[in-house]
Design a protein around this ligand. Structure first.
Ligand SMILES: Cc1cc2nc3c(=O)[nH]c(=O)nc-3n(C[C@H](O)[C@H](O)[C@H](O)COP(=O)(O)O)c2cc1C
Length: 353
């Protein structure tokens, strides 16, 4: 059974499988191992400064000659929030910070993110990264287009997929509501853009003329074969790679994923200011109870996230922020190359039946 698709041909990989970019959980070692195994590894650079972006790209390049993807956040400027808007969040997080010895964050201030994103894109273009993907919107694409990158945008609805295609992207990721991590939603209310993968993928395939990657809840070859049957040209898997040896996932996070049930996750904006699917730990319950509205993304994360690392060190899972998809119980502890080989084998088997 051949697994070649319009996506594998466009990008120059063997397998229609993408390791999803996962900010803070991905390492250059994971990206390179996935690309070496014939799939496409994705390096998330989120809101890193340009020098750090360059360093991370070169760290991947030192480990592989194969194509890989660099992913960033398509965000605009963030205005300063109203004075005192952080008080409710600080009332919840303050005692945890104090007990864990985590310093108080400074007062929330405006962020010039348009400038940062443009600078990141300049570095990505200059480094001649073969594939560039983004989420949360549509960034200025001229620099990476001129550098010859394959451009991949994220959609959570048909309208977003059409907007991405109109902006000239080469590939659309259709991110269904099962997906772990942040919703890519950039048009309309996120609560309304929780379309499941099996409903979203064929609608996006029918609406755009470019290859579509299915994302959300796909954990094994059965899921990848299903995505291909729906008309997708490949599948992007995040949660499935979180327990790989090379992932930067702390041990208590791995344990929580291994112990999670299908019903363990919720979608909330209370952690970062943008909606994300995550395991509902105690700290999330406390924030949901105590905070009427979060600060805008990413200002809310600056007040919540610092506790996560300290809690991870102490194995205090209930104070951690555990982004995860609904498929977590299907996850496996495997080195990335073995996971990719298993996914390819299972996909072929599922396609042959
Ligand atoms: C821990 C984690 C971090 C993520 N970070 C990013 C990111 O930085 N950029 C991005 O485009 N998507 C990010 N995502 C979303 C993934 O790209 C993808 O849509 C999702 O993992 C697919 O669903 P699955 O987890 O069920 O496989 C993240 C997902 C997870 C689980």
């Amino acid at each position: 059974v051949s697994l070649a698709t319009t996506f594998t041909e466009r990008v120059g990989v063997e397998l229609p499988i993408v390791q999803a970019p996962m900010a803070t959980s991905t390492s250059p070692e994971l990206v390179a191992a996935v690309s070496e195994a014939g799939a496409l590894g994705s390096l998330p650079v989120a809101l890193l400064e340009p020098d750090a972006v360059r360093e991370q790209i070169r760290a991947v390049r030192a480990l592989t000659d194969r194509p890989f993807n660099v992913n960033l956040f398509a965000l605009g400027d963030v205005p300063a929030p109203a004075a005192g808007a952080e008080a409710a969040t600080d009332a919840v997080m303050g005692p945890h910070r104090e007990r864990l010895g985590v310093p108080e964050p400074g007062a929330p201030a405006a962020l010039a993110l348009s400038e940062l994103v443009a600078a990141e894109l300049e570095v990505i273009a200059a480094e001649r990264v073969p594939v560039v993907s983004f989420t949360f919107g549509i960034p200025p694409l001229d620099a990476v287009r001129e550098a010859g990158a394959v451009i991949v945008g994220t959609a959570t609805s048909v309208a977003e997929a059409v907007a991405l295609a109109d902006a000239g992207v080469d590939v659309v990721v259709a991110q269904g509501s099962e997906a772990g991590g942040h919703r890519g939603t950039f048009l309309g209310p996120p609560e309304r853009s929780l379309v499941g993968t099996i409903a979203l993928v064929p609608q996006v395939v029918d609406a755009v003329g470019v290859p579509v990657l299915a994302a959300g809840g796909i954990m094994d070859g059965r899921g990848i074969a299903a995505a291909l049957a729906l008309g997708a040209a490949g599948a992007q898997l995040g949660t499935a790679f979180l327990r790989c040896a090379e992932a930067a996932t702390p041990v208590p996070y791995r344990e929580a994923l291994a112990a999670a049930a299908d019903t363990a996750t919720t979608v909330t904006d209370i952690f970062t200011g943008r909606h994300a699917r995550m395991i509902e730990t105690r700290v999330i319950e406390e924030l949901l109870d105590g905070v009427p509205a979060p600060l805008p993304f990413p200002l809310q994360a600056a007040r919540t996230r610092p506790v996560h690392a300290a809690a991870a060190e102490r194995g205090e899972r209930e104070l951690m922020f555990l982004l995860s998809g609904q498929g977590a119980p299907l996850g496996r502890d495997l080195p990335a190359a073995e996971l990719v080989a298993a996914l390819a084998r299972e996909t072929e088997a599922a396609r042959a039946t």
